[in-house]
Design a protein around this ligand. Structure first.
Ligand SMILES: *Cc1c(COP(=O)(O)O)cnc(C)c1O
Length: 242
């Protein structure tokens, strides 16, 4: 049951974000369909998630593998689930058959594990490599230099589709602060792509959240991961579990 007060708020937030995405695309001379909105539901009550689906949103993201699997099990509508948080090897096998996209592959070891499990699957999982472009020690992700020197290793993984890169900019209240990080990610992608001699097809750039998604779009994001802005004005009935 979707509470009657929830739906109109959600609907207003949703269309406002879609408009903002569309204008950022227009400003940066990108096609309106070039950017996929990925709704981050990690702090969302269950009826908010149902409301989003009713609004036509089918790309949903969770940062915890267990939460993603629990929620995926409860929905019968066709959802593309995105995992955006750290994945431990022991959860990798199960998540592969549920998540359509894994944005948070943050080491060669994890990529190797995924590749091994994927060899037994009838499809090639779509993954993005998470890059720590800001160099913050508290963050997961590949070091950009390490990644550039690992192209041969990347090309050796035959059972996964490495579709692109993902990053998080430094936390800030000023959106413009994120621009260098997003630009660096795009340039890193361009370098990897050209160094791979056509072996890698890195079409996706997953970057931009509530505070900076318009800047990310201007810098080439193909997926923006938005949580808070979608649920603004709603009060949770649950205690968030983070
Ligand atoms: C929570 C989260 C988001 C969404 O953040 P908002 O600021 O709420 O839009 C995006 N990406 C990742 C990896 C997250 O964990």
């Amino acid at each position: 049951m979707i509470e009657s007060t929830v739906y109109p708020i959600l609907q207003a937030n949703y269309s406002r974000i879609q408009e903002r995405i569309a204008s950022a695309c227009e400003r940066s001379a990108r096609l309106p369909g070039a950017v996929r909105l990925v709704a981050v539901t990690k702090y969302a009550d269950w009826d908010w998630v149902l409301g989003l689906i009713r609004l036509g949103q089918h790309d949903l993201a969770e940062n915890r593998p267990q939460n993603l699997m629990d929620r995926a099990e409860k929905i019968s509508a066709p959802i593309s689930w995105h995992l955006i948080g750290h994945l431990q090897s022991n959860k990798a096998k199960r998540i592969l058959s549920v998540a359509k996209w894994i944005h948070s592959v943050d080491s060669l070891k994890l990529l190797g594990t995924i590749d091994r499990f994927a060899s037994e699957l009838p499809f090639r999982p779509q993954v993005l490599l998470e890059v720590n472009v800001t160099g913050e020690t508290t963050k997961d992700g590949f070091d950009p230099v390490e990644l550039e020197s690992s192209i041969d290793t990347l090309l050796g993984f035959r059972h996964v589709q490495i579709q692109g890169l993902m990053t998080m900019a430094m936390a800030s209240n000023i959106p413009e602060t994120s621009r260098p990080a997003f630009r660096n990610l795009r340039e890193l992608r361009d370098n990897l792509q050209s160094k791979s001699g056509g072996g890698l097809q890195l079409n996706e750039l997953s970057m931009g959240m509530t505070g900076d998604f318009e800047i990310a779009i201007e810098e080439g994001a193909t997926m923006v991961r938005i949580g808070s802005a979608l649920f603004q004005g709603l009060t949770s009935a649950d205690i968030p579990t983070g």
